[in-house]
Design a protein around this ligand. Structure first.
Ligand SMILES: Nc1nc2c(ncn2[C@@H]2O[C@H](COP(=O)(O)OP(=O)(O)O)[C@@H](O)[C@H]2O)c(=O)[nH]1
Ligand SMILES: [Mg+2]
Length: 217
């Protein structure tokens, strides 16, 4: 069957450029960061999980996530390719360890990232203040409310925004970190947000975003 070709020269159109970008997946302990990286990654994700032992029971709050048996001690790493109208975006996902005692690793993990996802569990909302504050002055980010079934009440994303005093230009949305489609939707939303910030379509600016979004040739 003949294929209609509308390019002026009759040659195949140029393929969309491929752009690499680094994304950080952050949030408190047990919010579903490792789960999200695992559910969307198109490569076998690298995880650095260690078994939770009784030594951590005094400092790691497992309320609501009693089934959690392991914790990330260095980082998670995965990859997902998203296609936008103008580019193929290859996103490299870096998941942080959640406990505040690992906060010193976040600066290194975030270096060169174009944006971040801050995952939130509404049963432990206070854990989100530190990650939100961390990214607020560093890079564009979205807040994703991971919906655990055990939650007594489903909070509307706007209620979460109010509770955490998240600025109006930061997207807040619900997700299920276990669901590939839902988790990929969060990453798409972040990508659109980071591009909007980089192109000056929102008032928030980020030098990192504008420089990191150069095309890979
Ligand atoms: N019910 C439910 N469990 C989840 C969800 N996301 C993660 N989990 C579970 O919650 C626990 C903590 O998730 P994990 O990804 O290790 O959290 P992390 O500490 O943020 O990396 C694990 O046992 C997951 O299987 C979710 O959306 N719903
Ligand atoms: Mg983890």
């Amino acid at each position: 069957m003949p294929v209609y070709d509308d390019s002026p020269t009759g040659q195949a159109p140029e393929p969309a450029p491929t752009v690499d970008a680094k994304i950080v997946i952050a949030g408190g302990f047990g919010v579903g960061k490792t789960t999200l990286v695992k559910s969307v990654s198109e490569i076998t994700p690298l995880t650095t999980e260690e078994t939770l032992t009784s030594a951590g029971t005094e400092v790691d709050d497992l309320a609501g996530i009693e089934a959690k048996t392991a914790t990330t001690v260095a980082m998670d790493f995965g990859r997902i390719t998203l296609t936008t109208p103008r580019r193929q975006m290859v996103l490299y996902l870096y998941g942080t360890p959640g406990q505040e005692r690992f906060l010193f690793t976040w600066d290194d993990l975030s270096y060169g990232a174009i944006g971040a996802v801050v995952l939130v569990d509404t049963r432990r909302l206070a854990d989100a203040f530190v990650p939100v504050e961390f990214f607020e002055h560093r890079m564009p980010f979205v807040v994703a409310v991971n919906e655990f079934e055990g939650a007594l009440y489903r909070y509307h994303p706007e209620e979460v925004r109010t509770a955490l005093e998240i600025p109006p230009d930061v997207p807040v949305r619900a997700c299920d970190a276990r669901d590939r489609h839902s988790a990929a939707g969060v990453l798409e939303h972040l990508l659109m947000h980071a591009l909007a910030v980089a192109e000056g379509r929102t008032h928030r600016r980020s030098l990192t975003a504008t420089t990191a979004l150069g095309a890979r040739t």
